[in-house]
Design a protein around this ligand. Structure first.
Ligand code: 6R9
Length: 652
């Protein structure tokens, strides 16, 4: 048997379970009884979690669901998010504790303790007030991953202004649409940030965007790269305005349902949706889930989430959850391969990171770069690993566990969405025996299910649509300015259930596996086939680093599977040609059955991804169906489609 066949048979029988390490289980923040406790009385469970926070006024009612799907949590309660994330830790004598070890891409660093953060947030809050920003106003934030980003968000939260963070890689047009939709009064930005070893300007994009808007009164500009910026009448330098403010500010308590932030999610079609999150329920659930899913021990852990704060993962698990829990975090400005491909592992080694949270797209990239890179660093401080953003292929899970986690760290695959605000389905690291590729069970207090077309629960072993059957504290409250679209998008597919738009299956134990967006499901000769399963089968081949599959119209089978494959590491040179494609097709047929065999396999150097790292199958479908390629504006790298098109003659 050849080596590749051995690996194959191993993976086809990947039924390994990874129980929690004994020590972690014994000292876990959350144990199995949490499931029973929450099942017995869900609202009492969430009420108990709300007490993790400091409230100025106690709520009168845990949940008001009298006008579904418009939920109100902790009705009548009042609290201040910034006070909960910063001041209360200082008041408890933990002001000298590090909140952020910040690492700039060029290698400059800043350390912010909770006391530093308190001073910075207070000064920024006073500066916003001086600029005329008031409670209820909207503030757009378009910043690189620098400390002023969380400081700005907390300053808004402190005074009750609603922030709308726009990812720093978005175009002027995308920024303008978001400013207009929220009618933002202020934009906070920087001259630029560092990206792949070079300064990359932000301010010109803001100038272009703001030119065409009516609501913006001021632009507050942080100096980061020192490049020349054009000064307009409405511009104010951060260092001129914020630095001279008082570092004292009394935080007023806001209603539990006061709008905390809007975050735009583009989805596959249509105008971006402004997902609205509010104050009390959101902070309760991000704090609880960060404590439960990562087993965070604020006294000893060093936590790092590699996401960009421009996405919900950064909002909930770099800013609000960790700070509410008094965590010490790492925050990194740049890309994983600047100045070298070991940068992330170097950071883990340097700060002795214990909990690390990243995305499958990053993990697959590291697999492609080779095992020898992480092997050069001391990663022994790690104890829990997390994954988010896409289904994690079993192969990537095992690689992550072995090569980053030293074979002993639990991997928590966390399913959630911008709309859910916080993690919903995930293993608990001290409780769950993890299965590579499965998100496992809804967290305590969450009621999720997999249902068929008619909304009936599927039995164990069945597949269908993922739904949420009961409201949860950090749920989106609406789409900003468009209640009707909120109801139509999420609450109309099934009666009384939230439709997540993801396909899922329950295995024979009743554990949940995510199968990709339902829009991407393929229908081949009358069978529903998930993109995730075929991609995972491809990625389980030792010579494949990444794969994306789409269903292309086919005269015989309705749809046929077309796969785009990136070869792994050094395999790149040897894999051209029909023989390799044939090998992969057979491999998929053996893993999943002949029905899942791709009609066509294209070897490509890159895959089209959104800026948050999700594969854009829509564009690949255009290629597979020989159409001109659609809108590429949300691609992280717009040259990728050219690279793929150049490869096409080899397709057949
Ligand atoms: C947090 C975030 C949400 C969509 C979601 C699903 C996919 C996220 C996942 C996952 C499988 C996981 N997704 N986590 N799929 N397993 N662990 O990514 O939010 O950017 O709004 O994307 O991402 O398709 O519906 P968002």
């Amino acid at each position: 048997m050849s080596e590749s066949q051995e690996t194959l048979s191993n993976l086809l029988q990947e039924t390994r379970r990874f129980p929690p390490p004994a020590e972690l289980a014994e000292n876990a923040n959350v144990t199995a009884d949490a499931y029973d406790e929450a099942a017995a009385d869900r609202l009492a469970f969430w009420e108990k979690q709300a007490r993790r926070l400091s409230w100025s006024r106690e709520w009168d009612q845990v949940l008001d669901w009298s006008n579904p799907p418009f939920a109100k949590w902790f009705v009548g309660g009042e609290l201040n998010v910034a006070y909960n994330c910063v001041d209360r830790h200082v008041e408890a004598g933990r002001g000298a504790k590090v909140a952020f070890h910040w690492e700039g891409e060029p290698g400059d660093t800043r350390t912010l303790t909770y006391a530093d953060l308190q001073r910075e947030v207070n000064k920024a809050a006073n500066a916003l007030l001086e600029l005329g920003v008031r409670k209820g106003d909207r503030v757009a934030i378009y910043l690189p991953m620098i400390p002023e980003l969380p400081v700005s968000m907390l300053a808004c939260a402190r005074i009750g202004a609603t922030h709308s963070v726009v990812f720093g890689g978005f175009s002027a047009d995308a920024l303008r649409t978001r400013i207009d939709d929220a009618q933002a009064k202020l934009v906070i930005t920087a001259d630029g940030g560092y990206r792949r070893g070079k300064p990359s300007a932000l301010k010109p994009t803001v100038d272009e965007a703001v030119e065409a808007t009516k609501s913006v009164e001021h632009v507050l500009v942080v100096r980061r790269t020192g490049e020349d910026v054009v000064q307009n009448g409405r511009d104010v330098w951060w260092h001129d305005l914020v630095d001279r403010q008082s570092d004292q500010h009394d935080a007023e308590a806001h209603d539990a349902e006061h709008p905390l932030y809007i975050l735009y999610t583009s989805g596959t079609t249509g105008k971006p949706k402004g997902i609205l999150h509010t104050t009390g329920g959101y902070l309760t659930q991000v704090s609880y889930t960060h404590h439960a899913v990562f087993d965070l021990k604020p006294g000893s852990d060093v936590y790092w989430c590699s996401a960009d704060i421009g996405w919900v993962t950064g909002h909930s698990y770099i800013v609000y959850g960790p700070l509410a829990n008094g965590a010490t975090s790492v925050m990194y400005e740049g890309t994983p391969d600047t100045p070298h491909k070991g940068r992330w592992w170097e950071i883990i080694q340097k700060y002795k990171v214990t909990i690390f949270y990243t995305a499958p797209t990053a993990i697959r990239t590291f697999m492609k770069w080779g095992d020898d890179i992480p092997a050069q660093y001391d990663l022994s401080s790690l104890r829990v690993l997390g994954s988010v953003g896409e289904p994690i292929n079993p192969e990537a899970y095992v690689w992550y566990r072995e090569n980053i986690g030293g074979g002993h760290c639990p991997v928590v695959d966390t399913w959630w969405q911008t709309e859910t605000g916080a993690v919903m389905i995930s293993p608990l690291p001290g409780v769950t025996a993890g299965k590579p590729g499965a998100a496992m069970r809804p967290l305590p207090g969450i009621v999720a299910d997999v249902v068929d077309d008619q909304g009936n629960p599927v039995p164990d072993g069945g597949g269908g649509f993922l739904v949420l059957k009961e409201p949860w504290p950090s749920m989106l409250r609406t789409i900003w300015g468009d209640d009707e679209r909120f109801v139509k998008t999420y609450w109309s597919r099934f009666e009384d259930m939230y439709f997540a738009g993801d396909g899922a299956k329950k295995d024979d134990d009743g554990d949940i596996w995510l199968l990709g967006r339902v829009d991407d499901v393929m229908l081949v000769s009358g069978h529903n086939i998930s993109t995730t399963e075929v991609e995972s089968a491809l990625v389980s081949h030792p010579k494949v680093a990444e794969a994306a599959v789409v269903g292309a119209t086919d005269p015989v089978t309705g749809q046929a599977i077309v796969a785009f494959v990136i070869p792994r590491g050094s395999a790149g040179e040897e894999v051209e040609g029909d023989e390799f494609a044939g090998e992969l097709r057979d491999h998929v047929a053996r893993s999943l059955g002949p029905i899942a065999k791709p009609r066509q396999i294209m070897i490509v150097p890159e895959l089209p991804k959104t800026r948050s790292g999700k594969i854009m199958r829509r564009l690949l479908k255009d290629v597979a169906e020989n159409r001109s390629i659609g809108d590429v504006t949300t691609l992280a790298d717009s040259t990728v489609m050219d690279l793929i098109s150049q490869k096409l003659p080899s397709a057949k």
